[in-house]
Design a protein around this ligand. Structure first.
Ligand SMILES: O=C(O)c1cc(=O)[nH]c(=O)n1[C@@H]1O[C@H](COP(=O)(O)O)[C@@H](O)[C@H]1O
Length: 307
């Protein structure tokens, strides 16, 4: 199997898209026709599976990947994990890559167990890539790197997150005069350099939030061989027009993700959304994905022009 980065670029070229759709299910935002009929964990998990299948069908032509956020499934215990496993299988059957957003990181042996759970193909929770928290240092990250290399999966290491307090630690000035984010970026770049695929990119990627475009150019240039995962588009205020600095001169090198802005767009645009039909929900999700795909492609073309 081709390495993760080469799979991302092949999918991106064939679909002309860099869009990732986040699957952060919240049953409070389901219209009556899709809402769980009982309060049991099992009924809720069934509703989540059905909704995710609908989202996947609606976005499959416009997105490269889906990104389930694990907390939204863990909330329902084993029923939620079953829904997640179903979602992973269904997304892959529709030709979508799966980025598991779990932000894992721990001491070496525990990190190895996490890597086994999310990056080893024999695990039912294995996707194509996993988000990784680097706070514990190299021994907390290495097991994920090793698993990604061994199993042609990938990781996205948190470098500059999208949230309002991201700078509290990530902008602290490190001993070499750069920010902590830049220091982590340099560490990732060292690993990625030695593991490049056919297109020059490595399976060792980085998360850089869309809400900090002022940091993107510097981080992009520190990590020329890492695909950037760029969350925060839409609901958190990230704007496609601001994302030119995240792409390379070919308009590649970044995947941009939006969750609520696509999956629950119908709640924002339809006052009577609780009574929406399945067809209306499907059409709204598809339209939101297409609109994001086009806006992101404009940013990619813009980035090609200015470099
Ligand atoms: O790793 C992530 O996906 C992530 C990193 C980050 O810096 N910021 C961030 O919002 N995320 C995730 O991306 C999703 C954003 O959701 P929306 O704001 O609804 O698009 C959530 O699942 C977050 O957990």
């Amino acid at each position: 199997m081709a390495g993760f980065a080469d799979r991302v670029i092949a999918a991106s070229e064939s679909k002309d898209s860099v869009l990732v759709v986040g699957l952060d299910p919240n049953v409070d935002y389901l219209p009556n026709v899709l809402a769980p009929t009982q309060e049991s964990g099992r009924a809720v998990a069934e509703a989540i599976s059905q909704f995710n299948r609908l989202v996947i069908d609606a976005v499959a032509d416009h997105a490269v990947a889906v990104k389930p956020q694990l907390a939204y499934y863990e909330v329902y215990g084993s029923d939620g994990i079953c829904a997640l496993e179903d979602t992973i299988r269904y997304a892959r059957s529709k030709g979508l890559l799966v980025v598991q957003d779990a932000k894992r990181g721990d001491i070496g042996p525990t990190a190895s167990a996490y890597a086994q759970a999310y990056l080893h193909p024999s695990s039912p929770l294995c996707g194509d890539a996993l988000t990784v928290n680097p706070l514990l240092g190299a021994d907390g990250v290495n097991p994920f790197v090793e698993a990604a290399m061994q199993h042609a999966t990938g990781i996205f290491v948190l470098v500059k997150t999208s949230n309002p307090s991201a700078g509290q630690w990530q902008d602290l000035i490190a001993a070499d005069g750069g920010t902590l984010s830049q220091r982590i970026a340099a560490y990732i770049a060292d690993i990625a350099r030695n593991h490049r695929g056919e297109h020059g990119y490595s399976a060792i990627g980085a998360v850089v939030g869309s809400t900090y475009p002022q940091d993107a150019l510097a981080l992009r240039s520190i990590m020329p061989h890492s695909i950037l995962l760029v969350p925060g588009l839409g609901a958190q205020g990230g704007r496609a027009d601001d994302l030119t600095g995240y792409f390379d001169a070919q308009g590649q090198g970044a995947l941009v993700s939006s969750s609520r802005g696509i999956t629950y767009r119908y709640c924002a645009v339809t006052p009577e959304w609780k009574h929406a039909t399945i067809d209306q929900v499907f059409a709204s999700i598809r339209e939101a994905a297409l609109t994001s795909q086009r806006a992101l492609n404009n940013a990619r073309h813009q980035s090609q022009r200015i470099r």
